[in-house]
Design a protein around this ligand. Structure first.
Ligand SMILES: *Cc1c(COP(=O)(O)O)cnc(C)c1O
Length: 360
């Protein structure tokens, strides 16, 4: 079911950025945004694309007081054949609906949501940058918008999509990062909201990130919230290890780990290539024992923004290990090359992951 989208085009289009090497991440926005409102009993209504601009919000709005917010992140690419494509967008839509269910926000019709993304990307297609490694980042988000302070499931909500041309994540090639394992703060707990992509998870993770940065580390590696023993995620990415030739990644069944689409895609590729893949619990003790014995060959994070982020150093309490000589491992590099190759239409898309939106 498609939503009936009205389109009001801007009368004052902005200049597109000319120097694509300075795009950065999420600071420049396109000319339009999508908005749609929800009211219990009425459902979703007033689907509209309007000029990009500030959103007026009631001071008592649920999102401002109780954090009822969920989001997604995906990219549109200018492919080698001139088409504009999104990568597995239905996965993002289904995950958004699972996040909505967890936070008592209203779900979207899947086909309708895909049509919204297609319509927005096609309208903004001239904003998809051309240089190698660049893309149009698409940020759908939804918030509870009841105009009163009572604490209960929301009856009113708003769904918004904004788009931002973003630069190459690794202008100088893949760069291994230094990671600190966080021994105090936790990101998510069993029964909590870890598997949902909600703003509150990020708010609660900022302090540990700041602390790690001050010590010279790029990201935090999170441990489970119950025993603080098992590896969960790295920053806002999923994490994978290559130990004694096998691929090991934390299992999703605790509900405290975000089921990444990049994670899922990497696991599918690794299996295609004949790797043995284990989705299971992995403790810091096991990881550091493997590092000490030399069995830990590689570690990397996976996520839409960076695709693959090799880990060059791991630090926990008083111990620190350099992995893979601080260099990019072969497996991480191969995953990066293959995933981005499929995304940019340079390699055959045997899994049917690319969704063509329009001609560029
Ligand atoms: C978005 C996100 C990821 C990565 O998910 P992708 O679908 O691969 O982009 C991993 N962990 C957290 C906490 C996230 O928010």
């Amino acid at each position: 079911m498609k939503y009936d989208i009205s389109i009001t085009k801007t009368t004052t289009p902005k200049e597109k950025p000319t120097d694509e090497s300075k795009l950065g991440f999420g600071t420049i926005f396109t000319d339009h945004m999508f908005m749609m409102d929800y009211s219990a009993g009425k459902g979703w209504y007033n689907a509209r694309i309007i000029p990009f601009g500030p959103i007026a919000i009631h001071p008592a709005s649920t999102v401002l007081h109780y954090g009822a917010e969920i989001f997604e992140g995906l990219k549109a690419y200018r492919a080698a054949d001139g088409t504009i494509r999104m990568f597995r967008p239905m996965e993002n839509i289904q995950r958004l609906n699972r996040s909505a269910e967890r936070l008592c926000l209203p779900e979207l019709d899947e086909e309708g949501a895909l049509d919204i993304l297609n319509t927005m990307v096609e309208l903004e297609k001239d904003w998809v940058p051309h240089s190698e490694g660049t893309s149009l980042y698409i940020r759908p988000f939804m918030y509870g918008n009841d105009p009163h302070l009572g604490v209960h499931a929301v009856k009113e909500a708003t769904f918004v999509v904004i788009c931002s041309p973003v630069g190459a994540y690794y202008p100088e090639g893949l760069n291994p990062v230094k990671i600190a394992i966080e021994a105090h703060d936790v990101r998510a707990v069993r029964g909590g909201t870890g598997y949902a992509k909600c703003g509150g998870n990020y708010a609660a993770s900022l302090r540990a990130g700041e602390k790690a940065e001050k010590k010279g580390y790029t990201q935090v590696l999170w441990l489970d919230g119950v025993e603080q023993k098992y590896i969960e995620e790295v920053g806002a990415m999923n994490v994978m290890f290559k130990i004694g030739g096998k691929i090991v990644t934390p299992a999703l069944d605790s509900g405290s780990i975000l089921p990444g689409i990049t994670r899922k895609s990497c696991l599918e590729l690794l299996q295609d290539w004949g790797f043995e893949v284990e989705e299971r619990k992995i403790s810091v003790d096991e990881l550091f024992a493997a590092a000490a014995s030399g069995a830990l060959e590689e570690a990397w994070g996976t996520g839409t923004a960076a695709v693959v982020s090799p880990i060059g150093q791991l630090y926990y309490q008083d111990t620190s290990y350099t992995l893979c000589g601080g260099k990019i491992g072969q497996t991480a590099q191969k995953l990066y090359d293959n995933l981005t190759g499929i995304q940019w239409g340079k390699l055959a898309d045997t899994h049917g992951w690319s969704h063509i939106v329009c001609n560029g």
